[in-house]
Structure formats: C-alpha cells, structure tokens
Design a protein around this ligand. Structure first.
Ligand code: AHR
Length: 524
C-alpha cells in the first residue's frame, strides 16, 4: 500500500519530466528520425501465446531464498514464508508460467531432498552457483504453492544429468497421482491432498553443457527413454519439452526432430545477450559507453535469425507443426558486479535492459506460430530480473515495467507491421532506429509497441492502419535521461512509465517517441 501511495505522489513529477523528455530540446527535434508504420489489420497472423511472457526462477544466488522465500519466521513481511512485496508485484505482472528449479541446478536437484518437514531436509551444496549451502527449504510444495499464489502455470525441469529415470517417474507420480499409491499418500501426508497439474515438464537442461555434456544423438536417445516414463493421470499429461541448442546452433533441433518420433511437444533453446558478444568480458551493467549500448541491441537482434533458422528445421522435419520452439532462457548477462559473489549472477537492471526486453518481444511476436513459450532469465535478483531486493526493500526494474506494458499482447493476434526506419549507427555497429510490433488484443483493440533504440534522437512515427479504422492512440512510454537509468531499493521510482498519445494528422496517427524509449499504445 505504502508503495502504491508513493507511486501516486511521484506520478505528477514524472509526467512533467517525461513530457519534457518527449518534447525534447529544439536540437533533438531538428534531428528527429522519420519512421513510417503500416499495421496490416487485414492480415492477422498467429496468436501470441501468453507463455511468451514466461519467467524462470532457479535456485541461484538470492533468486529463490531472499528473493521469493524468506521463511515464516522472517521479519520481512511474508505470508507462509513468501515475501508479500514480491508476490504482490508478480501478481500485477500476470506471469503466465514459471520454470523451476533450474537451469543448471535442475540437473543436480533430487526432488526427495525438498519434501517433508523442513527442519529434516538435507543440506546440500549448490555446486553450480557459488558453492553455497542449499537448505532445500524451498521444494516441490513451496514452489507449487508459490505458482498458485501468483496465478502462474508450472514448468518443472527434470534431472537427466545426475538423476535416474525412476527418480523422474516417481516425482511425476508424487505430484500428479490421484490414487492411493504410496507416493500419492506421502504427498497427502506432507500437506497436499489434491494432485497438482504439472503443465510443462522439461527433460533436462542444457544437456550440451552443465546438464551432462552430451552429444545431441546421445541425448535424443535419453529423451526417448526418460519421456516414456513421464506419466500423469488421463487428461493431465504435461507438455513435454526436450532440451535443445544454444545461440546460432540448429544441430540440436535437426537431430531431435529426426531421432525423436513421439512425446516431444517442444524443443527449448537458449540465448543470452552479451554486450560484447564475448563470455570472458561481457560488458558492465552500468557505466557503459554508447558503443556497448548499440552493440547490446545488435547482439539481441541476432535472436531473430537464430529462431528463423531453427524454425526452418522444424518446418522441414515437422511440417504439421506439432513441435513448438521455446526460448526458455533469454536476457542480458553482464560481468559480475564488483563486491558481489560472482556465482550469484546479480546485476543492475537499467533502461537498456528495458529496450532489450521490448526488442525480444517484438521478435518473438513475429515468430508466434512456433515460439509458444519464452522464459526470461530470471525472475528475482538474478541476471535480467523483474525485481531486485535488498533485505526488506524491493525495487521494480525497468524490465518489470516493460513486461507490464506488454501485457495486452498476451493472447493477442499478431498483425504484420510494415516499417520504414532509418538506421542508428555507431562505429561499425548498425541497428534499425525503431523496432515495431502490432497485434489485435483479446478485446479486439489494436496494440502497437515501439522501441526507439537511438539514444540521441527522437523518432516521429507516422502510423497507418490497413483494414481497420484508428483515429486515436494512447498508452505508456518508458524512458529516462541516462542510458543506464535504473531503480534501486533506495530510489525505486527513478524510472517509471508515463502517458503517451498520438496526434491525428489526416488519415494517420503521429507518435513522437523520445530517444531511448519503449512505448505501447492502444489504437481505437
Ligand atoms: O540462467 C543461468 C544459467 O544459464 C542457467 O542455469 C543455465 O541453464 C544457463 O547456462
């Protein structure tokens, strides 16, 4: 409540400051880039699956412990151990699905460690992420209750790397059986009478790396074996996901679609945005030069080609379109933050991350037919997080705001948007100045998302709609003066979306985008 009141107080000031940003200086106006967009309402495409806005929560750093779960005895306000502030913020985000417990952690997770009385659960070592103790306080029951609290579906990642077929089969029975089997009764004894629905089940994670360092052929065989025993009561079978490739690879999609003939409903793929494109020196999360601002977007946009080439493989080997393509890990990954445990993957989240999110969504929408789920890495306190916490305090990141602004795209019908835009160039990097996406939402209204990548120039977007009438447009824009503007727990309202609207000019709508901004408008 206190948080909402403070928001209202600050809104006036923000509206003023953003109005000034939008109006821009005379120089910025003179230099404005001219963009045209034609929304093809007459050519509706695929439905954008709400799961494109999925999240990923791993046992990593303070992502689960501290970020979501503080325990019932914590001084941090909580309900049954879950932070109230974080749960409320996530409810407002309409999170469609959460992937858990990893990531790399999933392939060393043994589900039995995380059930029964908490004080009796074994303490293990989280060998992937900082070598810290894993208390197993947060296990299957805690995750399922968390997903129910925030209204999300569940995506469980099973252990192939160090777990057995039997262990995976038992976990499924424990979670989903409505019989009086010993495992189902054990679940009841542990406090859950009704079976859970496991909506999505992943057979391993990054099996080319931390999930077992396998070849695609070897994994394809293992997938067939493990998936055979992922069983659930009739009508409750989960969507089963194979662990696929990374970055520019298509080999995993190729081998899996050739070698697996049943049970595989989706293939997952991972791609992280590194400003420099190089793992040893990725780039800083704040205080970066403009050259790393533009290179971050150039790196992000590569995902369009990666998806296209994988989709080509699927179209060839699965022409009936039975197998979906999930990008179940994506987002920015920067150099470790000085003074923090490098294995916790904690990083600042700035306006640049907000633009990365908008760019990715615009790409995912274009591939809506096959890309039916994506999961940003990660939900709280890890990599490109929605939320950052420090003790009892919390800040919503610019990425959170973009996820919220894009909510109308969940379940919307994609509409092609023809764009003519100049390029934004610096040194040897070139990206389009403006990125666009359009859709008809579930209430029939047109939605338009625009990302202005140029940090120095306003963009004037002359918008037409073919196949529908639109005489006005209103929405919200996220921008700031600095490329690395961010919210912190001590200044949680430094960057926040404010109103934007279009001006009607003849048969067009003219939208003035501030430099470095993300906007979502509803046309009517
Ligand atoms: O999101 C962090 C890690 O990145 C995941 O655990 C792993 O799957 C990927 O390499």
């Amino acid at each position: 409540m206190r948080f909402i009141r403070r928001r209202k107080r600050l809104l006036g000031a923000l509206l003023l400051s953003t109005a000034a940003l939008i109006a821009g200086s005379a120089a910025a106006r003179a230099a404005a880039t001219q963009v045209t967009v034609n929304i093809r309402a007459d050519q509706p495409g695929a439905v954008i699956n709400p799961n494109v806005y999925g999240q990923f929560a791993e046992h990593l750093g303070t992502g689960i412990y501290e970020g979501v779960w503080v325990g019932e005895k914590s001084a941090i306000p909580n309900t049954n151990g879950y932070r109230n502030d974080v749960v409320d913020a996530l409810k407002n985000l309409k999170v469609p699905v959460v992937r858990w417990p990893g990531g790399c952690f999933a392939d060393e997770y043994h589900w039995r460690d995380g059930i029964g009385p908490r004080e009796k659960r074994p303490v293990k070592v989280n060998t992937h992420w900082g070598g810290v103790p894993e208390t197993n306080e947060f296990g299957t029951h805690e995750f399922m209750a968390f997903a129910e609290m925030i209204g999300a579906k569940v995506y469980i990642s099973g252990n192939v790397g160090s777990g057995s077929v039997q262990e995976m089969a038992d976990w499924m029975e424990y979670m989903t059986s409505d019989t009086v089997s010993t495992l189902a009764n054990e679940r009841r004894k542990n406090g859950r009478d009704k079976p859970w629905d496991v909506h999505y089940f992943g057979i391993g994670n990054e099996t080319w790396g931390c999930g077992g360092n396998m070849t695609p052929e070897w994994y394809a065989n293992l997938f067939r074996q493990y998936a055979t025993y992922v069983k659930a009561p009739r009508g409750h079978r989960p969507t089963i996901i194979a662990s696929g490739g990374n970055g520019d690879e298509t080999l995993w999609a190729e081998v899996l679609t050739k070698n697996v003939k049943r049970d595989m409903d989706a293939i997952s793929h991972h791609y992280y945005t590194l400003p420099t494109g190089k793992w040893p020196k990725k780039g800083k999360s704040i205080g970066f030069p403009e050259s790393e601002w533009i290179s971050t977007f150039a790196q992000t946009l590569r995902i369009d080609g990666f998806i296209s080439r994988n989709v080509e493989v699927l179209e060839k080997n699965d022409p009936q379109g039975k197998i979906a393509f999930y990008v179940d890990e994506w987002g920015t990954w920067y150099d470790p933050e000085p003074g923090r445990e490098p294995g916790f993957l904690w990083q600042h989240n700035t306006l640049r991350d907000a633009l990365v999110a908008g760019l990715n969504f615009n790409v995912f929408h274009r591939h809506a037919k096959r890309v039916q789920m994506t999961n940003i890495a990660q939900m709280v306190n890890v990599l490109q997080a929605m939320i950052l916490t420090e003790g009892p305090k919390m800040a919503l990141t610019p990425t959170y705001h973009v996820f919220q602004m894009y909510i109308p795209f969940q379940g919307a019908t994609h509409l092609p948007a023809e764009i003519t835009t100049p390029e934004y160039q610096l040194d040897d990097a070139t990206v389009p100045a403006v990125s666009v996406s359009a859709a008809r939402d579930t209430s029939g209204k047109l939605q338009l998302a625009l990302v202005n990548l140029d940090p120095n120039r306003e963009a004037v977007v002359t918008t037409r709609v073919t196949g529908a009438a639109a005489t006005q447009a209103q929405g919200r824009v996220l921008t700031a003066k600095a490329m690395d503007a961010r919210n912190t727990v001590d200044a949680p309202e430094a960057i926040y979306p404010v109103k934007i609207s279009a001006e009607r000019k003849g048969s067009t709508l003219v939208i003035r985008l501030p430099p470095k901004s993300v906007s979502v408008l509803r046309l009517q």
